[in-house]
Design a protein around this ligand. Structure first.
Ligand SMILES: [Zn+2]
Length: 121
């Protein structure tokens, strides 16, 4: 297993479940994220709270690596978007910080017309 592969772990302070990995391929640091995939609204709330967000991307079909999201990635590929590239977005772990249920990707409503060939008007 590569050192870039993220793994499940526990926060040493609150003992909450987290994912731990390096923040990127170069000039990286160790990060812990809450293992709850975010919606676009959830990512915005996390960023407003001063948290960083990370995309979990599958590498060579097996390992999962974290990549810190830039403002261009956040705007161009919103968290929870259903497109050609599908990946989950997570917020860095803050002990006791809980985002509202609407911030979670799997609870967010599907985009209008996402699974349809009908135009959205
Ligand atoms: Zn904690």
């Amino acid at each position: 297993m590569s050192t870039r592969t993220c793994r499940t772990s526990r926060c040493p302070s609150c003992k909450g479940q987290t994912l731990t990995g390096l923040s990127d391929d170069t000039l990286a640091w160790s990060v812990q994220v809450d293992p709850v995939p975010l919606s676009a609204q959830g990512e915005a709330l996390a960023l407003l709270a001063g948290r960083h967000t990370y995309a979990a991307q599958r590498h060579e079909g097996r390992s999962v690596r974290l990549h810190q999201r830039t403002r261009w990635q956040i705007a161009g590929t919103p968290a929870g978007a259903r497109g050609l590239v599908v990946f989950d977005v997570y917020a860095d772990h803050r002990c006791g910080a809980v985002l509202p249920a609407a911030a979670v990707s799997h609870l967010a409503p599907a985009p209008r017309g996402a699974d349809s060939d009908q135009p959205p008007f």
